[in-house]
Design a protein around this ligand. Structure first.
Ligand code: GLA
Length: 755
C-alpha cells in the first residue's frame, strides 16, 4: 500500500491518491486551517502558493497576539465559532459558564493504515485496508476538552471520509448543542447546488440551483433521513454534465435527522456544513465521556457527475455493504403486497407461490398482515407472532410449505413501530415516543417505539428471533412507515431529551447489528414507505433498499436515475408490478416494466395466479435474461446517458459496462410516443474505443469509438402508418422491447466485444 498522506516541514498535511488532493495546515497559532480540496496537486515541500489572499470569513486580532482564529490566508478546517470566524461553525459546545466559544489547538497527530471503527462499530461507516487515516487531536486547554478529527483517504476511489470526536476531560459536564461531521470551505462561490428531493412515491428527484449569498440548506427533523431530502448534496461548477465539469458530492452515513447547509459569504467563499441536524439536538458530554459524529463521505470528480457516482458506487459496494450478500446477486423474489394487500389466506399465499414457482421465481416474500390480528393497518404492530387464523401452522409451517414448493421464504417486519391496539402497547404504553399530557399523533394508526431504551430493542429482538428461529427465513424486508412526532422519551431525564433522536437511531442500528450478526445468511432489504430512509447508514446493514412504493416503470425512471447519483444499482430495490399500475393507473408493457427493474435488484410484485399465459412465458424469459446479465448490471460501471430531468425528459438511457469493457447492458426508454420524430443517435459510454462490438437485435459490427463518438440509432423507424409498419418488429423484438413505438416504449441491448 502506497503512502497517501504527506506532512511537510511547514505542518501541512496533503492527502492525495493521484486523483484528488486535500490539504490542511496547523497554523502558527495552533488552529487548523484549510488550504485546498479538488484536482490532484503535485507533492511539494510546501503549499504556500496555494494559500488564499484577502478577506473571507474571519478577522485577525489587531494586537498581533496569535490567539484563536484563522488567518485571512486560510479557510477553516472544522470551523469553530467565536474567535474570529463570524459564520456558523461545525459545532457548539456549551460550557459550565454558559460560553459556547472554544479555541481548539493542535496537540498531536498520527497517520494510521486502514480506518479506525466509528464508535467501536456502534455506528455504520465505511471500512477497509485500502486506505489511510489522518487522526488529528486538538485540545482546548482552558476547558480541557479534546477534539479528534478523522480523515480517511482511499487508494482507489476519489473519496475522503470525515468524522469528529469530542472527549471531555474536564471535571465539569458540558453540552454539545451542535456536532456536525464536517465543515468544508471552498475558495469560490461559483457553484450550483444539486440535491435529491421528493416525497412518498416520488423520491430522489434531482434539483439543481445556482448558489446565492447566505445560507441554503436541506435536512430532516423527522427522525429518519427521509424521502423529502436525501442526505446527499453536491456542489458542481456551472454547466457540469454527466461527463464534464467539477463536482463534489457529500453523503452522510446516517439514517436520522440531518442537515446539509451551504453558506456563501459576500467574499465568495462557500462553506458546506453537514451532519446531525442541530435542531432539537443536545448531547450531554459528561465528565470523561466522548461523542463521535457520523461519517461524511466526500467524493470529487473533475469529469462530471457519472464519474462521481461511480466512486460512490465502488466505495459502497466494496467498503460499506457487508455480509454474505455483498457480492451475490439476490434471488429473484415475488412479494405479495400489491397482489393481496392485507387480504390473504394461507391458501391464497400458497397459490401465488405455486404460480410463481412455475415461472421460475426463486423467493416468496410475505409482506404486511401476517401477525397479531392485522387485517388492515389499524392494529398489531409490535405483536410479532403469527395470526393463526390466517396461517394455521404459523410462519414455521408456512415457510416449510413454501420451501416444499421449491421457493425460498422471506418475511416483512416493521420492528420500530407499535399500534395502540396491540398486546405490546397494552403491556408497555410508556414504550411509545410521546409527551405525557399531550395528544399522541398517530400516522397509519401507529406510534414509534422508544428505541433509545435498550429494553425495548431487546424485546423486539427476542420477538423477531423467535419467529426466525426454526423457520426457514432467508430474506427480511424491514419497513418503517411513519416518522417521529412529539419526540420525548419516558426514560430520559429532562436534561437528556435532546439526545432522543440520535439515541433512537443508535437503537435501530443496534437491532440491525444483532440480527445481521445472529443470522448472517439472511438478506435484509430496508424500506420506509418505499424510499423514505435510503441512505448509506442503512446500506451498512441491509445491502438493498426498496426504492419507492411507486412501482410504475415511468415514475421509476426518475426515481432510479436520481438514486443512482450516490447509490449502487445493486442496492436499488426494483420490481415488475401489475398493469395498470396501482399508484398512477398507467398501463405499460411487461417488457418496459422489466426493462426498468433490470437496473435494480429485479423482482415481481403482482399476483402470479392472475397472469396471462403470454405474460408467464415472458416472465420466464425475463428471469433467465436477468440472471444472465445480473453480474454485469450489479457490479459493472454504471453510466447515465439521457436524463429524465433534462429538457422534456422524454428520452432516458443508461448502461452498465463490465470492468474489462467486454460487455455492456444498455436500457433505453421513451416516455411518450412522438409522431414523425427527429433522427437522433444515442452516444454510448465506457466501451473500449478500439474494440469491435455487436449489439443484440442490431445488424452490423461497431467500433467502440463509433458507438461512443457518433452513437447509434436505437429506435424503430417511424413509418407513418405505425401499426402496420411495426407489425414485424412487434413480433421480432417483443421480448427485449421496442423503442420508439408509442408511449412508454423501451428496449434493452446487450453489447458484446467481438475482438
Ligand atoms: C410500506 C412499504 C410497502 C408495503 C407496506 C405494507 O408502504 O413500502 O412496500 O410493505 O408498507 O404495509
Amino acid at each position: 500500500m502506497c503512502n497517501l498522506i504527506y506532512k511537510t516541514n511547514t505542518n501541512e498535511f496533503h492527502l492525495t491518491n493521484g486523483n484528488l488532493s486535500y490539504i490542511l495546515k496547523v497554523l502558527d497559532n495552533g488552529n487548523l486551517g484549510h488550504i485546498y480540496f479538488g484536482k490532484p496537486i503535485k507533492i511539494n515541500d510546501s503549499y504556500v502558493n496555494l494559500y488564499r489572499k484577502g478577506r473571507h470569513l474571519t478577522v485577525e486580532s489587531e494586537d498581533g497576539v496569535p490567539a484563536g482564529g484563522i488567518k485571512p490566508d486560510f479557510m477553516c478546517e472544522y470551523a469553530q465559532y467565536g474567535t474570529g470566524d463570524y459564520t456558523e461553525g461545525a459545532f457548539q459546545l456549551k460550557q459550565p459558564n454558559g460560553s459556547i466559544v472554544t479555541d481548539f489547538k493542535y496537540m498531536s497527530h498520527e497517520i494510521v493504515k486502514g480506518k479506525p471503527k466509528l464508535m467501536s462499530g456502534k455506528m455504520p461507516a465505511t471500512y477497509g485496508n485500502d486506505c489511510q487515516t489522518l487522526v488529528i487531536t486538538l485540545v482546548d486547554k482552558l476547558i480541557d476538552v479534546r477534539l479528534v478529527l478523522y480523515y480517511t483517504i482511499f487508494e482507489k476511489y476519489n473519496i475522503i471520509t470525515r468524522s469528529a470526536k469530542f472527549i471531555n476531560g474536564n471535571a465539569d459536564d458540558m453540552k454539545l448543542t451542535r456536532a456536525l461531521s464536517a465543515s468544508i470551505d471552498f475558495d469560490s462561490a461559483d457553484f450550483e447546488l444539486l440535491q435529491l428531493d421528493g416525497s412518498w412515491l416520488r423520491e430522489r428527484h434531482i434539483n439543481i440551483s445556482k448558489l446565492r449569498y447566505g445560507s441554503q440548506r436541506v435536512g430532516s427533523s423527522r427522525g429518519a433521513s427521509s424521502a423529502i431530502h436525501n442526505p446527499f448534496i453536491a456542489l458542481q461548477t456551472p454547466g457540469t454534465t454527466e461527463y464534464s465539469g467539477e463536482i463534489y458530492g457529500f453523503n452522510l452515513v446516517y439514517s436520522g435527522n440531518f442537515t446539509a447547509d451551504v453558506e456563501v459569504t459576500p467574499h465568495d467563499l462557500t462553506r458546506v456544513l453537514f451532519g446531525i441536524n442541530p435542531y432539537g439536538f443536545e448531547w450531554n458530554l459528561r465528565k470523561g465521556e466522548e461523542f463521535q459524529t457520523p461519517e461524511l463521505v466526500m467524493a470529487y470528480s473533475q469529469n462530471g457527475v457519472t464519474e462521481m457516482s461511480q466512486h460512490f458506487h465502488n466505495l459502497y459496494l466494496n467498503n460499506l455493504i457487508r455480509g454474505d450478500w455483498q457480492y451475490k446477486v439476490p434471488p429473484t423474489l415475488i412479494n405479495n403486497w400489491e397482489a393481496t394487500y392485507f387480504d390473504f389466506t394461507e391458501e391464497k399465499i400458497l397459490d401465488i407461490a405455486k404460480a410463481a414457482k412455475e415461472i421460475d421465481i426463486e423467493l416468496f416474500v410475505l409482506d404486511d398482515g401476517w401477525f397479531g390480528k392485522r387485517d388492515k393497518d389499524d392494529s398489531s404492530l409490535g405483536d410479532w407472532f403469527p395470526d393463526t387464523a390466517k396461517l394455521p401452522d404459523g410462519i414455521i409451517g408456512l415457510s416449510k410449505k413454501i420451501n416444499s414448493i421449491g421457493l425460498k421464504f422471506g418475511l416483512w417486519f416493521e420492528p420500530e413501530m407499535v399500534c395502540p391496539v396491540s398486546k405490546l402497547h397494552e403491556e408497555h404504553p410508556d414504550w411509545v415516543i410521546s409527551i405525557p399530557g399531550r395528544h399522541r399523533t398517530l400516522q397509519r394508526t401507529q406510534s414509534v417505539l422508544d428505541f433509545s431504551k435498550k429494553e425495548v430493542v431487546d424485546n423486539i429482538y427476542e420477538q423477531m428471533k423467535k419467529v426466525i428461529d426454526g423457520s426457514a427465513i432467508e430474506y427480511i424486508k424491514w419497513d418503517m412507515n411513519r416518522n417521529i412526532t412529539e419526540p420525548m422519551s419516558a426514560f430520559l431525564d429532562a436534561d437528556s431529551q435532546g439526545e432522543l433522536m440520535h439515541r433512537y437511531i443508535l437503537g435501530v442500528y443496534d437491532l440491525y447489528d444483532r440480527l445481521t450478526n445472529e443470522f448472517p445468511n439472511i438478506l435484509f432489504e430496508s424500506c420506509a414507505s418505499g424510499g423514505g430512509r435510503y441512505d448509506p447508514g442503512m446500506l451498512y446493514y441491509a445491502p438493498q433498499t426498496w426504492a419507492s412504493d411507486d412501482s410504475d416503470a415511468m415514475e421509476r425512471l426518475k426515481i432510479q436515475y436520481g438514486t443512482s447519483l450516490a447509490y449502487p444499482i445493486k442496492s436499488i430495490g426494483a420490481h415488475v408490478s401489475a398493469s395498470p399500475n396501482h399508484q398512477v393507473l398507467r398501463n405499460t408493457s411487461i417488457n418496459t416494466r422489466a426493462n426498468v427493474a433490470y437496473f435494480g435488484t429485479f423482482g415481481y410484485e403482482l399476483d402470479a395466479t392472475k397472469l396471462s399465459d403470454e405474460d408467464k412465458a415472458m416472465i420466464k424469459k425475463q428471469i433467465k435474461y436477468f440472471k444472465d446479465h445480473a453480474e454485469l448490471i450489479h457490479f459493472g460501471d454504471f453510466y447515465r446517458l439521457q436524463s429524465p430531468f433534462i429538457g422534456d425528459g422524454n428520452d432516458v438511457a443508461w448502461m452498465s459496462v463490465s470492468k474489462d469493457k467486454s460487455k455492456a447492458f444498455l436500457g433505453a426508454y421513451q416516455v411518450l410516443g412522438r409522431p414523425n420524430p427527429v433522427y437522433k443517435r444515442l452516444k454510448l459510454k465506457g466501451l473500449d474505443k478500439d474494440a469491435q462490438y455487436k449489439i443484440s437485435g442490431v445488424k452490423g459490427v461497431f467500433y467502440g469509438s463509433d458507438l461512443m463518438d457518433v452513437g447509434f440509432y436505437n429506435k424503430v423507424d417511424f413509418g407513418g402508418n405505425n401499426w402496420d409498419i411495426y407489425a414485424p418488429v412487434r413480433e421480432e423484438n417483443a421480448f427485449e422491447g421496442i423503442l420508439g413505438a408509442g408511449d412508454f416504449s423501451s428496449k434493452v441491448f446487450v453489447i458484446e466485444k467481438i475482438k
